[in-house]
Design a protein around this ligand. Structure first.
Ligand code: SF4
Length: 71
């Protein structure tokens, strides 16, 4: 699992930081910075951040299933 951000969409609302402070930092007037791309034990918080991001800038990619689809 890996968190991906589309910085073109991010408007710095910081909802993600509220949902998963261990994973996201949003500087004042900036766009989100991912602290840890692999959500690990914070997967539920990461999912909430993806769900509530007002601009849908976040997504969670499952690398393993992406790999298996390619082969
Ligand atoms: S909630 Fe979405 S728009 Fe807001 S800072 Fe996080 S990624 Fe950016």
């Amino acid at each position: 699992m890996r968190i991906v951000v589309d910085t073109d969409l991010c408007q710095g609302h910081a909802v993600c930081q509220d949902e998963a402070p261990a994973l996201f930092t949003v500087p004042k007037n900036g766009t989100v910075q991912i602290q840890r791309a692999d959500p690990g034990g914070d997967l539920e918080a990461a999912r909430a951040a993806v769900r509530y991001c007002p601009t849908r800038a976040l997504s969670i990619v499952d690398d393993e299933s992406a790999d298996s689809q390619q082969s």
